[in-house]
Design a protein around this ligand. Structure first.
Ligand code: GDP
Ligand code: IMO
Ligand code: MG
Length: 434
């Protein structure tokens, strides 16, 4: 039995969903453990493209138990839309289980997210405006509405009697639309009954799965550099995407999780504001953006692009306890004469070299990336399925990333489709090669 966390190693959108989908075939249970519909997870199979915001990316394999864990925040409207979208495509979502302990994103959370961004002006975070931050604020502030509250009308109403006036004071002060209690009750009522069949005691379901030796995949959203504690604060999301979040976000003790696979793009992207030392603002960045089709899955925003950053990778490996890497989108470099890897940062004031990520981002404005330049391979590798068949320069690039990050690359993705994958010797789940 091996239980594995799949975690974003960078600033999100690394291709986590592709890896989850691929590995789900051999898993029994897939658990989304944090975040909400800020996530956009793309799975491409045959001629279908699926975009998941809340539903675990293992849902496409029949019979897998897919859990939305207690650590997530759920917009019921978005979740129901996703379930219905799957039904229209003939995908059965009856194995979906929603934790009653997950928090609910309500319309006032979205309004407050928008207001906060407006208020911050040039210091804005660049959030997805999906109400994620304000939902987690309420969770930590102990004024949140949980999924289980949707089924206790009296308790829900008395909670709203306390919460809503507070929200309305702020919204009114800034000239924004306020919310009537009935409006929120109606919103909840519209979705709660339809979601009810999926709301189950996930703690017990997971406990039984563990007891019976089932294999669990934990699906991270966002990425380590967006982690509320370990990321580029304040330009982060409001949850813990790091591997340890899988434990709190699902109620599985850390002793039951054996591996953490970090998903990394062969370059780096970021959506929204915040430090990004290897960002390319010129033609090279545009080329990566266009070839990699780097547009946000949730908001459609252009993703900022830059070279692979080994300093970030080493930091991410530390805070996630990575046992392996899944390297994606290496095919995007098929027509590049040279490719760069940042191995360290140099302080422009005194020449000091940083090999470890400086978490004090105030210093970042003085830092410049130190690059190692690698030759490209100028060949289409999207059809290759064996490591040994990759062009030598592509293998060299992969080995370089492995040596500068100190973590084995177990999976190499050469295209968006399931089958466009090279699985190297090291197994991820116990029976991946069976
Ligand atoms: P996630 O949020 O980490 O699941 O990633 P997204 O779905 O937001 O973005 C990753 C994008 O890259 C999606 O459009 C995927 O279909 C695509 N993708 C994943 N792996 C590869 C790959 O190896 N090569 C290429 N070209 N595209 C990929
Ligand atoms: P997946 O799971 C990339 C970013 C936003 C913003 C910051 C805070 O698809 O990798 P939020 O709405 O969470 O309060 O925004 O986090 N962000 C993501 N960036 N991929 C994601 O998810 C993201 N989810 C949030 O762009 O910078
Ligand atoms: Mg995404």
């Amino acid at each position: 039995m091996t239980n594995v966390v799949i975690v974003g190693g960078q600033w999100g959108d690394e291709g986590k969903a592709k890896v989850i989908d691929l590995l789900s075939e051999k898993a029994d249970v897939v658990i989304r453990y944090q975040g909400g519909c800020n996530a956009g997870h793309t799975v491409v199979t045959g001629d279908q493209t699926y975009k998941f915001h809340l539903i675990p990316s293992g849902i496409l394999y029949p019979g897998k138990i897919c859990i939305i864990g207690n650590g997530t925040v759920i917009n019921p409207q978005v979740l129901l839309g996703e379930i219905e979208g799957l039904k229209e495509k003939g995908i059965d979502a009856s194995n979906l289980c929603i934790s009653p302990l997950a928090h609910v994103t309500l319309p006032y959370h979205i309004a407050l997210d928008e207001l906060s961004e407006e208020f911050l002006q040039s210091s804005k975070i660049g959030t997805t405006k999906r109400g994620i931050g304000p939902t987690y604020v309420d969770k930590i502030g102990r004024t949140g509405i949980r999924i289980e509250d949707l089924y206790e009308q009296e308790a829900l109403e008395s909670k709203l009697d306390i919460i809503l006036p507070q929200k309305n004071v702020i919204l009114k002060h800034y000239g924004k639309k306020t919310f009537e209690k009935q409006e929120i009750i109606d919103f909840c009522g519209k979705y709660s009954q339809k979601l009810k069949p999926y709301v189950k005691d996930t703690t017990e379901i997971i406990y039984n799965a563990l007891k019976n030796g089932k294999e669990i995949l934990f699906e991270g959203a966002q990425g380590a550099m967006l982690d509320i504690d370990h990321g580029t604060y304040p330009y982060v999301t409001s949850s813990n995407p790091i591997a340890a979040g899988a434990s709190t976000g699902s109620g599985v003790g850390f002793t039951n999780i054996q591996k953490a696979i970090g998903v990394f793009k062969a370059y780096v992207t970021r959506v929204g504001e915040g430090p990004f030392l290897t960002e390319l603002n010129g033609l090279e960045g545009e080329k990566i953006q266009q070839v990699g089709k780097e547009f946000g899955t949730t908001t459609g925003r252009k993703r900022r692009c830059g070279w692979f950053d080994a300093v970030v990778t080493r930091y991410s490996a530390m805070v996630n306890g990575l046992t392996g890497i899944a390297l994606t989108k290496i095919d995007v470099f098929d027509n590049f004469d040279e490719i760069k890897i940042c191995t360290a940062y140099k302080d422009s004031r005194d020449g000091k070299i940083y090999e470890n990520y400086p978490t004090n981002t105030h210093v970042h404005k003085y830092l410049e990336p130190v690059y190692e330049v690698m030759p490209g391979w100028n060949k289409d590798i999207s059809g290759i399925r064996e490591f040994g068949e990759l062009p030598e320069n592509a293998r060299e690039f992969i080995r370089k990333i492995e040596s500068v990050s100190g973590i084995p690359i177990e999976i190499i993705s050469v295209g968006p489709r399931r089958e466009q994958t090279i699985i190297r010797e090291l197994p991820v789940l116990t029976d991946i090669s069976s």
